[in-house]
Design a binder for this molecule. Structure first.
Ligand SMILES: O=C(O)C1=N[C@H](C(=O)O)C[C@H](O)C1
Length: 317
């Protein structure tokens, strides 16, 4: 795998749309995947948390991967597939199954959750997985879900493993440890923002992009934000104001989209827009309330309606 190129930009962990009777709406999934690439997504992620992967049967997971891989093949877009658990042997098998998905450029593999094996155990887990995975690994670090903290030094050790190409960094905050990692990341190691509201500060610190459920909406604006920082425009006068302002507005959108458990609000908005057949989610998730969906639509509307004026450094109010 080419290490940094596919990892740059906005990668979208696809929702799983359901019909009114609860089956996966594969046609809507395919259409949505094309739309997101049309609007500037750099790549797609199948079977992320946002896909409600914990509720999908093995057969359903296969159908989702088939559809998303088909779109990525047709569009020559990078595909990242979620695979792995807190069982090292089972994770090895899940990764081995990706041999049958030639479109997959990487696997998104969670730090072992719940078990709390300690940092040495996490390193041993990924050393074993990376040694025989058919695709490189992007480590999904989300300590408020896994229960396992990792310091910057441990992330650097993981990033230096052959076969580990990046981290989806979702620590819930920008901390001294974030600054430490971003000051000295391993060569060829992509840091991808995984907390949507923190995309902007992480880009400012040098992140390569993000894996962002929020980017189902205002996709072009998310792509623009990443482009601004990577093109260095943010470093110019006016450019900084633009990037900061856009970053704040996208963070407000992300906050509105995460007002209830992900991806319930995103599904509500996509359904209101007529892009998926129902806002249905599977238990234990409950559908988002109409007030959360309306609030997110209002933020989205202001983002997409108001054109930016680079000369005055602001948006129309
Ligand atoms: O599925 C993912 O990948 C993501 N999941 C996070 C979550 O559900 O909290 C959010 C992030 O945008 C991507």
């Amino acid at each position: 795998m080419e290490i940094s190129a596919p990892a740059r930009g906005v990668h979208i962990p696809l929702i799983t749309p359901f019909t009114g009777t609860g089956e996966i709406a594969l046609d809507a999934l395919e259409r949505l995947a094309h739309e997101l690439l049309d609007e500037g997504a750099a790549g797609l992620v199948a079977l992320g948390t946002t896909a409600e992967v914990a509720t999908l049967t093995a057969e359903e997971k296969q159908s989702v991967v088939d559809v998303v891989a088909g779109v990525c093949r047709e569009r020559d877009a990078p595909l990242i597939v979620g695979a792995g658990s807190n069982d090292t042997a089972a994770s090895r098998e899940a990764l081995a199954a990706l041999r049958k998905v030639p479109e997959a450029v990487a696997a998104l593999t969670l730090v072992p959750h719940f078990t709390r094996p300690g940092e040495a155990g996490v390193i041993a887990h990924f050393t074993e997985l990376a040694a025989d995975s058919p695709v490189p690994l992007v480590i999904y670090h989300v300590p408020y879900r896994t229960g396992q903290e990792l310091g910057a030094e441990t992330l650097r050790k993981l990033g230096a493993l052959p076969g580990v190409v990046g981290v989806k960094y979702a620590t819930g905050a920008i901390s001294a440890s974030t600054a430490d990692l971003m000051a000295d990341p391993p060569d060829g190691f992509a840091v991808l923002a995984g907390d949507d509201v923190l995309l902007s500060p992480l880009l400012a610190m040098g992140a390569h992009g993000g894996i962002l459920a929020s980017a189902h909406l205002a996709t072009a604006r998310f792509a623009e934000l990443v482009r601004l920082w990577h093109a260095g425009d943010a470093a110019h006068e006016g450019g900084t104001a633009h990037a900061r302002d856009l970053g704040h507005r996208l963070a407000a959108l992300s906050a509105a989209l995460f007002a209830e458990p992900n991806p319930t609000v995103i599904k509500g908005v996509l359904h209101t827009q007529g892009r998926i057949p129902s806002p249905a989610v599977r238990l234990p998730l409950l559908p988002a309330g109409s007030e959360s969906v309306s609030a997110a639509l209002r933020v989205l509307d202001s983002l997409t309606r108001e054109p930016y004026h680079p000369t005055s450094g602001g948006y129309e109010k």
